[in-house]
Design a protein around this ligand. Structure first.
Ligand code: NMX
Ligand code: MLT
Length: 427
């Protein structure tokens, strides 16, 4: 058994007992209320989910297990995976063990490539990724063991097996999709000497003489790894998984939510918007030209991608981390400069629109320019990178949920007639 398995085996029974006691002794305590506006408004702010892997205070941004994400930017994604699952940073021996375990699990079955090749050549890369994950469900340890009559207190172990197998295979699957979909030539074999993020960079095949692209990939995979559990992809993954559909079904469903333009597709749309400004103005636009283009976008009833957030009310610290990377490695890159100028311009415009609650950039506002700089210019692919990273968080959430024995998700819906009846004052 791996060190990660053993660590969780030590922790999970105690956590389960703690939750049982909390519910038994304080189950009736009210922690949130729901207004009519929230019922129609995407349940914004309703506290009705529990997620222990991370939290997102509106005035601070992502905190993973008590550590602000700005303090995790030098960590490997494997270290963050360990942190998400156990609540502690791993020792060197722990992380070496996890790396070796992932390496053992990273072979992708040949049938995946046959399925992907059979898909229309112009399929969106996110459709290819979600199809591959769903087809891989055949490998689910959770489903096999459930069919064999596994006991409830063993669910988390089978979920951990699925989570680790998925995380291990994803870079090769995602890199294979990149090379196939964008005619980059044959797939590139995994290099067992590399860490998970650097190996993904290597399998994509982007020339990287100085190792900067690998460094960007590690950073990217850390920054997108988790964002508590109320966002569409995490909540969907958790809901599907709560039916004891295994993590292959659950992740594929969750990432279908990430593929939406209001969620993870915004990174593709954001770079598109930045490049459009450069095209429209025949080069790097001035701040006045950016302002004019932003106003034109808003007047057309469209959103400025990469700006605004359902929870945050500050500049996303993940955006800050990407901006710092860009300033260090590519300060004079014209696309990066436009991203930086958009940051100086757009919040002031959005602040004048009363209905917009957060005028600041989110994680998607800057990452595309950095990828573009290193030659990863196929922006329909960008949400796939987000997905590989987000799998770390949502799969960790799934393992913990099965460890805690959380119930199937089933809130109560009401009709508009019922809501109208609540607004009538009693006679
Ligand atoms: N540009 C134009 N309008 C905006 C923007 C924006 N960037 N952000 C919010 N609004 C509008 C929003 O469409 C809504 O309009 P209406 O009432 O007419 O439907 C109004 O402002 C109120 O929205 P908020 O309450 O501020 O935001 P909400 O919580 O509903 O939505 C987002 C959050 C992220 C969906 C929204 O800010 C948005 O659409 N941003 C652009 C897309 C984006 O960057 N998405 C990525 C999110 C991060 N991620 O990685 O997933
Ligand atoms: C995310 O990382 O999932 C996004 O910032 C969206 C969110 O948290 O609502």
């Amino acid at each position: 058994m791996s060190k990660l398995h053993d660590k969780l085996a030590q922790q999970i029974p105690g956590l389960r007992d703690e939750v049982k006691t909390l519910v038994k002794e304080h189950g009736a305590k009210v922690i949130s209320q729901v207004t009519i506006e929230q019922a129609y408004g995407g349940m914004r702010g309703v506290k009705s989910l529990v997620c222990d892997t991370s939290e997102v205070p509106p005035d601070k941004g992502l905190i993973i297990r008590g550590i602000p994400v700005a303090q995790l930017t030098e960590k490997l994604p494997e270290e963050v995976l360990w942190l998400l699952l156990t609540g502690e940073l791993p020792t060197k021996a722990d992380v070496d063990d996890l790396k070796a375990d992932l390496r053992k699990r990273n072979g992708v079955p040949d049938y995946i490539w046959a399925v992907l090749k059979a898909m229309p050549a112009d399929s969106h890369p996110m459709v290819m990724l979600n199809t591959a994950i769903l087809v891989l469900e055949k490998e689910s340890v959770f489903r096999r063991r459930y069919d064999e009559g596994m006991k409830k207190d063993q669910y988390w172990e089978a979920a951990l097996e699925d989570a680790l197998n998925i995380v291990a295979m994803l870079p090769a699957v995602a890199a294979g999709i990149y090379r196939m979909r964008f005619n980059k030539g044959d797939r590139i074999a995994s290099n067992p000497a590399l860490d998970w993020g650097a190996d993904y960079a290597h399998m994509l095949g982007i020339p990287d003489p100085k190792g900067e692209f690998a460094a960007l990939m590690r950073l990217y995979l850390v920054l997108h790894s988790d964002h508590e559990s109320g966002n569409v992809s995490a909540m969907t993954t958790a809901t599907v998984n709560s039916a004891l559909s295994d993590l292959y079904y659950a992740l594929s469903a969750g990432l279908s939510g990430l593929a939406g333009p209001l969620h993870g597709l915004a990174n593709q749309e954001c770079l598109g918007w930045v490049l459009d400004t450069n095209k429209k103005f025949g080069g790097n636009p001035t701040k006045e030209q950016i302002k004019a283009y932003a106003e034109e976008t808003l007047a057309a009833g469209r959103v400025i991608p990469g700006y605004g957030h359902a929870v945050l009310r500050i500049t996303d610290p993940r955006f800050d981390a990407f901006l710092a990377f860009g300033k260090k490695h590519m300060p004079s890159d014209p696309v990066f400069q436009t991203v930086s100028n958009v940051f100086d311009t757009v919040p002031d415009i959005l602040k004048t629109i009363q209905k917009i609650k957060d005028p600041w950039p989110n994680v998607d506002a800057g990452s595309g320019a950095l990828l573009y700089h290193y030659g990863l210019t196929e922006f329909p692919y960008y949400t796939v990178l987000f997905s590989v990273s987000r799998a770390l968080g949502v799969c960790s959430q799934g393992v913990i949920a099965r460890g805690l024995g959380l119930a199937i998700t089933r809130p109560k819906s009401v009709t508009t007639s019922w809501i109208k009846a609540q607004t009538v004052a009693p006679a």
